[in-house]
Design a protein around this ligand. Structure first.
Ligand SMILES: [Zn+2]
Length: 195
């Protein structure tokens, strides 16, 4: 009786082997599924690199100062936007119209621009002369705007101080910020965005 009960309770050696094999197979499947999941996620990340969207302030074409449905315009500092509109009204009587080629941007978009510039110029040091880091760019706070075309830039450089609008960097004739009181004198140009 004792022997029979023991053999009834304890699995026979082949049954235990099968159980071990089954557990081993289950663990292997779980590891494989986990590994596939990791690879899938990494492939997904590689397949979809960051590209700036309209919500980031990206403009698919030059905008006007009235395109407030675009985050690049809507998120500009209200005082800057007001000064630009007043200046644009005066410029239009001189036959000059402003286009906004870039306005507010997210920090991620700014970082993307910097990374792009690093690729173009070959070093972070040189890239920062043309594209400010996200923590330094006034585009990210909505306090800077890039204006085109060339005649609008020339007009703003000559007359913008009447509304406090100033060119800031010697190497960026398109980039304007409120940098003086209306009718004041713009500060001396900085050499570039890294200065
Ligand atoms: Zn700019």
């Amino acid at each position: 009786m004792t022997v029979l009960r023991a053999s009834a309770v304890r699995p026979s050696p082949p049954a235990r082997r099968i159980a071990f094999v089954a557990i081993g197979v289950a663990v292997a499947i779980a590891l494989a599924v986990g590994l596939c999941g990791v690879l899938f996620l990494r492939a997904g990340a590689l397949a979809a690199p960051y590209t700036p969207r309209v919500e980031d302030g990206y403009l698919t074409a030059p905008a006007t100062l009235d395109d407030t449905d675009l985050p690049a315009i809507a998120n500009l500092d209200a005082a800057l936007l007001g000064a630009l509109r007043d200046a644009a009204a005066a410029a239009s009587s001189d036959g000059v119209s402003f286009e906004v080629t870039s306005g507010w941007r997210t920090a991620r978009y700014q970082q993307w621009l910097l990374e792009d510039a690093v690729e173009d110029y070959g070093s972070v040091e040189v890239a920062r002369q043309f594209v400010a880091a996200p923590d330094r760019s006034h585009h990210v706070t909505g306090h800077a705007v890039d204006i085109g075309p060339l005649d609008a830039q020339s007009w703003l450089i000559a007359h913008g101080a009447a509304w406090g609008l100033c060119q800031i960097y010697a190497n960026e004739r398109w980039h304007f910020e409120l940098a003086t009181d209306p009718g004041g004198t713009c500060p001396a140009l900085r050499e570039n965005a890294a200065g």
